[in-house]
Ligand binder design. Structure first.
Ligand code: SF4
Length: 75
């Protein structure tokens, strides 16, 4: 079983918070416009219902700082 998570490359991200606007269910902006996961996770889980929105955020990130990654779950 696997799940998708959103990886944010902090060295590439230039803030401004576009991804937080596109994925408000998962991300919020900090005071400087950088995205933070609502869940507090470094790589927040992307529920299946939000997969398309997450792909859109990845495609539209101007700094190519977002990536969807799959993680194998050992449950
Ligand atoms: S859209 Fe990309 S560059 Fe902009 S805040 Fe999000 S991760 Fe950073």
């Amino acid at each position: 079983m696997s799940e998708n998570r959103l990886h944010i490359d902090w060295t590439a991200c230039d803030g401004r918070g576009l991804c937080a606007e596109l994925l408000p269910e998962i991300l919020v902006e900090d005071d400087w416009g950088y995205p933070l996961a609502r869940s507090g996770e470094v790589r927040p889980v992307v529920p299946a219902a939000l997969r398309k929105n997450a792909e859109r955020a990845v495609d539209q990130c101007p700094a190519l700082a977002l990536r969807l990654v799959g993680e194998i779950l050992n449950r």
